[in-house]
Each structure stands twice: as C-alpha cells, then as structure tokens.
Write a protein that binds this ligand. Structure first.
Ligand code: ADP
Length: 266
C-alpha cells in the first residue's frame, strides 16, 4: 500500500469561491472525471485545487510541468543505489497507486509525447503502463487527474493534442469581480479594504492594456504581492511599481502607461 499522508493538506486553505466552481469540481470528482482548470496565471487555480483536495479529504500531488520533463519524470525510473538498481515511482505513479489527486500544473509546457502518458489514465481504462518494469498499474478508485491550462500562452507549437483536450471537462477561471478580488487581497496581504480597493482599480487599468503590448495584465497574485509590500510599510505607488510594473514589461512606453494608471487611481 502506498502511504500518501505527506501529501494530505492538514489545514483549510483560504479559498473564496468566485462562481459555482466548487460544486462543479465536486460533481466531476464523484466519477473521478479528469478536470482542466483553464485561465490566466495567478488567478487562483492552484489555490482552488489545494482547497478542493482538502475539502474532499484527498492527498494532492502537484507536478509543475516544463519542456524538459520526460515521461520518466512522471512515471518513475530505475536509480542506482547501494544494492544495485531500484525502481522509484514518479509522482504520477504514486498518485495512481495511492489514490491522490494529481495536479499537472501548466501542462502545455510539457512536450506532447510526455503528456500522452496520461491518456490511458483519463479514459475508462484507468491504467498506467510502466514499460520499463513490464507492469500495468490499475488506478486506485480515488485517483483523479487535474491539469491547469493557460489559453493565453497557447501557440501552434505549444498546445495540447486534441485527443488530450477531449478527455477533460474544463472549469474556466478568470479574475474575480472587483469586490471579491479586494476581499481576497485584504485577507491574503493583511491590508485594509481601502488599499485593497485601490489595488483592484489599478489592476483593472492594467488589464485593459492586455493586447496593447502587455501579454497579461496584473494578476491577483501580483496584487497580493503589492499588498504585502504595502503591509511592510512601502508606499503604495512604489509597491505597485515593484510588484505590478517592473516584473511584466521592459518597454518604457508601457511602463509609463502603467505608472500613469497607478497615479490616476491613488
Ligand atoms: P494560478 O494557479 O492560477 O497561477 P494561484 O492559485 O497560485 O494562481 O493564485 C495566486 C494567489 O492568488 C494565491 O496564492 C492566492 O493567494 C490568491 N488567490 C487567487 N484567487 C483566489 C481565491 N479565489 N481565493 C483565495 N485566494 C485566491
């Protein structure tokens, strides 16, 4: 038996529901349906899956996908030790055996030949083949795959295969409405509501610049970072520069536009 206690979330993560995502995920989890969380970076997808794992009482194994990731990084490999070679399960295999939610974060970053290993797990076979071990692992009844997917980064070279996409049901995430977002910032950064409201107004202007040179506007994560700096006594204008302007653009005109947007909101 695989013991996944180390992957259990012991205390309730703060998650503020934005829509009906909690009910949708619970419904999908009942049949262990693979779920795609779709939306821009920093809008709460990871926090949501942590919250759901806690709420459902399931261990959560997270893998941050990247382009050098191989199928062995997911399923496992033989490693040399003092007794010779020993097999080590990768994170996906651990989750399959132990009945965890396996969260593949930013899955489009991985090469398509890596992501196809989840195909036999995300249809009614629910099996994982460990070719190097000549073993077929039947998924634990609680095993579920969740992926995050940022449609903004999508390109012809970097996208999921159609046959991968079609295995998932998708919950769309966006930035929360201004009232909810201010509540999240107030709570996460421990700032007063006035500061949180100001940050949200600045974000709205920054998001309007998306497509005019900015790939993405300020995310909720960036607003929280700005809030944390304010809470550490950095003046709000400076905090916004450091957390919301300099990280996202090197273009002087865009920096000026963002700086103007900040000044207009203070
Ligand atoms: P993503 O996975 O979409 O890139 P995260 O889940 O890491 O983004 O979100 C970034 C941060 O924003 C979180 O650490 C959390 O502080 C905050 N956050 C965003 N949305 C919510 C929400 N609905 N409830 C609580 N916190 C949130």
């Amino acid at each position: 038996m695989t013991n996944l206690d180390a992957y259990r979330i012991s205390s309730e993560p703060f998650y503020r529901a934005v829509d009906s995502e909690i009910e949708l995920f619970e419904a999908a989890h009942k049949s262990r349906m693979p779920v795609m969380l779709k939306g821009p970076t920093g809008c709460g997808k990871t926090r949501f899956v942590e919250y759901m794992a806690w709420r459902l009482g399931k261990p959560l194994i997270t893998v941050s996908c990247h382009e050098d990731m191989t199928a062995s990084d997911l399923v496992g490999r033989y490693l040399l030790d003092s007794h010779g070679t020993a097999w080590h399960d990768g994170p996906l295999t651990l989750a399959v055996r132990g009945g965890a939610i396996c969260y593949l974060d930013e899955i489009v970053e991985a090469r398509q030949d890596t992501t196809v290993v989840i195909h036999s797990l995300t249809d009614d076979r629910r099996i994982l083949t460990l070719e190097k071990r000549n073993e077929v692992v039947k998924a634990h009844p609680d095993f579920q795959v969740v992926i995050s997917y940022n449609p903004g980064y999508q390109s012809v070279l970097k996208d999921l295969k159609e046959s991968t996409k079609q295995r998932f049901s998708a919950i769309a995430f966006g930035y929360p409405n201004s009232d909810v977002e201010a509540e999240i910032i107030k709570r996460e950064a421990a700032v007063d509501r006035r500061t949180a409201d100001t940050l949200v107004r600045i974000a709205a202007r920054s998001r309007n610049l998306k497509g005019h040179g900015l790939e993405e506007g300020a995310s909720t994560r960036m607003l929280i970072n700005a809030g944390l700096l304010v809470a550490a006594d950095i003046p709000i204008e400076r905090a916004c520069q450091v957390a919301m302007v300099v990280p996202i653009t090197d273009d002087p005109d865009l920096r000026d536009a963002l700086t103007g947007a900040i000044a207009a909101c203070l």
